[in-house]
Design a protein around this ligand. Structure first.
Ligand SMILES: Cc1cc2nc3c(=O)[nH]c(=O)nc-3n(C[C@H](O)[C@H](O)[C@H](O)COP(=O)(O)OP(=O)(O)OC[C@H]3O[C@@H](n4cnc5c(N)ncnc54)[C@H](O)[C@@H]3O)c2cc1C
Length: 551
């Protein structure tokens, strides 16, 4: 019975074995072939050097740790100071501030407006997609600031004051009037308790005090990033729903009444302070015409929806990278997971989803670049933003869950990062136009701007593929008469998205990938869960391309 090697005090229970090395210090741009090829295709090669630099910073262990900390040590609301004065400030962990500083110094909030050249939207979307992989909370004020500029420009006097501030790149976390800052952040406050999708039900009132200046009374039920310097908001004047800019400070240097009632306790996106606010005689400047508020703010909404696409694509890319890395380093039943046929099928299927999302994202970027001078591209951007916002955001939660399962139990544990990606996944689908609302938006675009259907189907037909041509014909037949009933709009929009992604991959991705995409997404036997790819596909090639450490 006596075992001479047994030492009850110093005996070790086990050695750590068969655990993958941490996936850190990798370049989130250079290692992502679909992304780099897409940026080049969209005319963004001039930004290659900056993208490689940004990809390296964002993939560093230090920045991943900032992302973790910003979500672990969440923001706190301070409504009053010690003497009882209202201050309505939110306190963030230093990791949040450092993350914001990195983003603004890399122009993630304004690159296309600073560069004003072809490829600028692709370069910025690539960065936003990378940011979403590491810390999606900071992406919220970064997106809103980016998206605000086209709406701010509706009012030249406001634009003259605020555009240069939006174009600044020095993050300034001080709560001081915007005039004292070199760069500002802009938020958005539309949603009220009684309606978010239906903003015409807004109850906030605006009272004119002369000179395009107003005072607002009312509430907003969701106002993310309340520490922004100003907010685009909607309120009713006598002429109807109108868009306003609400700064946190009044022109006389006093705090603008902007009462933060509480912070939301959310599923995910925890680093980002989403709040409920009240306006009580809050000073505001009108943006655009009175009674045309939706028309003014819609420019911001469209650009925000674009970022929902890159945000969800980024979350999926990170989940895929983590799953592939794990499978490359973990063995079960005598073989690495990545060599097990069934795991190969799952990983390759996840990779196809990301390839499709990235393809649609960079194609949209080109359309946004060209939209000002090209009517077809403008029409394409109009409809494809809604199609992609619906589809890419809707695919993310299921895809990320499946990636989580690839890590087994480790994937369900916070340190793996998968839980944070998973909790973040539904958000882009819900905010700024939930799934049904996006499908209705596609119908609206088709009804009001017939050119949008032509732009979309031409893009599908550009692959010169008979199957896609046939499906494009069916889309035209079904939607061209403008009779599509709301009840079947999800079917129609999903079909548009799959055909669009298939067409882009047929033209621009390696043939093995395009073939697998078509076989799994267009056929009658489309799988209802990931990992149902049909036999005979080159799964190894698809996975090798997706690996975060390409051979
Ligand atoms: C984390 C987070 C941050 C947010 N930040 C902001 C912010 O900063 N600023 C801001 O203004 N808002 C913000 N929002 C609010 C968000 O934009 C709204 O929640 C969203 O637009 C939906 O509005 P709602 O919640 O009122 O839902 P509702 O409008 O009541 O919709 C509920 C459901 O009904 C569906 N629906 C609505 N109309 C129809 C229809 N005609 N036919 C079929 N289905 C329909 C919708 O698709 C949705 O699924 C945020 C939300 C979240 C979760």
């Amino acid at each position: 019975m006596n075992d001479p090697t047994f030492d009850p005090v110093r005996g070790s229970t086990h050695e750590v074995a068969n655990q993958p090395p941490p996936l850190v210090d990798w370049n989130l741009y250079s290692s992502d072939r679909a992304l780099a090829e897409g940026v080049a295709r969209s005319g963004g090669s001039w930004s290659e050097g900056r993208l490689v630099e940004y990809g390296s910073i964002m993939g560093s262990a230090r920045v991943f740790e900032l992302g973790r900390q910003a979500n672990r040590f969440t923001p706190e609301l301070r409504t009053h100071d010690r003497f009882g004065h209202r201050i309505d400030e939110v306190e963030f962990h230093p990791a949040w501030h450092e993350m914001m500083r990195i983003q603004m110094s890399h122009e993630v909030h304004n690159l296309p407006w600073r560069a004003r050249r072809a490829g600028a939207h692709a370069a910025r979307l690539a960065k936003h997609y990378i940011l979403a992989q590491v810390e999606a909370g900071t992406a919220c004020p970064i997106t809103m600031t980016f998206a605000s500029l086209p709406a701010l420009e509706a009012e030249p006097r406001v634009a003259a004051e605020w555009t240069p501030r939006v174009l600044g790149t020095e993050y300034d976390s001080r709560f001081v009037p915007a005039e004292e800052k070199k760069a500002v952040l802009i938020g958005m406050a539309m949603t009220e308790k009684q309606g978010g999708s239906d903003v015409r039900a807004n109850t906030t009132r605006a009272h004119s005090i002369g000179n395009d200046e107003y005072e607002l009374v009312g509430h907003k039920w969701f106002c993310s990033a309340p520490m922004c310097d100003a907010f685009l908001t909607l309120a009713h004047t006598e002429k109807g729903l109108t868009c306003f800019l609400v700064p946190r400070w009044r022109p006389n240097g006093t705090r603008n009444p902007f009462h933060i009632q509480r912070l939301k306790d959310k599923v995910g996106n925890r680093s980002n302070a989403s709040s409920e606010i009240e306006y009580r005689g809050t000073w505001a400047r009108r943006l655009g015409e009175e009674g045309r508020g939706v028309r003014t703010i819609i420019e911001m909404v469209h650009h925000t929806r674009l970022d929902c696409v890159s945000g969800s694509a980024g979350l999926m890319r990170q989940a895929l990278a983590q799953a592939t890395h794990h499978a490359e380093h973990r063995s079960a039943f005598g073989r690495r997971l990545v060599d097990q046929p069934l795991m190969k099928n799952v990983l390759a299927d996840l990779a196809l989803e990301v390839e499709g999302a990235v393809a649609i994202m960079v194609r949209l970027a080109s359309a946004y670049d060209a939209a000002a001078d090209n009517e077809t591209e403008r029409a394409f951007a109009r409809i494809a933003t809604a199609v992609a916002k619906y589809w890419v955001c809707k695919r993310a939660p299921g895809m990320i869950y499946e990636a989580m399962e690839c890590l087994g139990g480790n994937g369900y544990v916070e340190e793996s990062m998968l839980p944070r990606l998973y909790r973040g996944a539904p958000l882009n689908a819900i905010w700024e136009g939930s799934g049904n609302v996006m499908c209705l938006d596609v119908l609206r675009a088709l009804g009001r701007e017939p050119g949008t259907l032509d732009a979309l189907v031409s893009e599908i037909r550009a692959a010169g593929d008979p199957t896609l041509d046939e499906r494009a014909d069916r889309i035209v037949k079904e939607l061209g008469r403008g009779e599509t009933v709301e009840a079947t709009a999800r079917r129609a929009v999903g079909e548009m998205a799959r055909c669009l992604e298939a067409s882009l991959l047929t033209r621009f991705a390696p043939p093995v990938l395009a073939d697998a995409f078509a076989a799994s997404r267009l056929g009658a036997e489309r799988g209802s869960v990931f990992g149902e790819l049909p036999g005979g596909l080159d799964l190894d090639a698809i996975i090798a391309r997706a690996s975060p450490s390409p051979a």
